[in-house]
Design a protein. Structure first.
Length: 123
């Protein structure tokens, strides 16, 4: 169990995290929020936002807005994980090869030669 503060439209109250996954939390509290309600779960220096999906007695489940690293829960600073749709690229910026630069320069020279010849024929 991990202590937390729960904020919703009715105010703030104490809560406990009973179980956690990367996508959600199982919690208990004396003041249980309504199903479908958006809540903030405050852990030390981190605020997690989620929606209450189910309620049974004083226990309820919250689906989180962002995926979290569950192993970071006890540290006080919770790391978020990229969502399935997020693209993370660690590759350096692409550089042009020498052959690409030479090909581009040849194209510019060919265009200049064509324009010069067209100008001479026009005069």
């Amino acid at each position: 169990m991990l202590r937390a503060r729960l904020r919703n439209q009715d105010g703030t109250c104490d809560a406990q995290i009973v179980d956690a996954s990367s996508r959600g939390l199982s919690m208990t509290s004396q003041q249980v929020p309504a199903r479908g309600e958006i809540v903030e779960v405050v852990l030390d220096r981190t605020v997690l936002i989620g929606q209450v999906r189910w309620c049974r007695g004083n226990r309820f489940g919250v689906v989180l807005q962002q995926r979290i690293d569950v192993s970071s829960l006890h540290s006080g600073v919770i790391r978020t994980l990229p969502s399935a749709g997020d693209t993370v690229s660690h590759a350096p910026a692409q550089r042009f090869a020498l052959t690409d630069i030479l090909f581009f320069a040849a194209g510019i020279l060919a265009a200049a030669a064509f324009l010069f010849q067209a100008y001479r024929n026009w005069m």
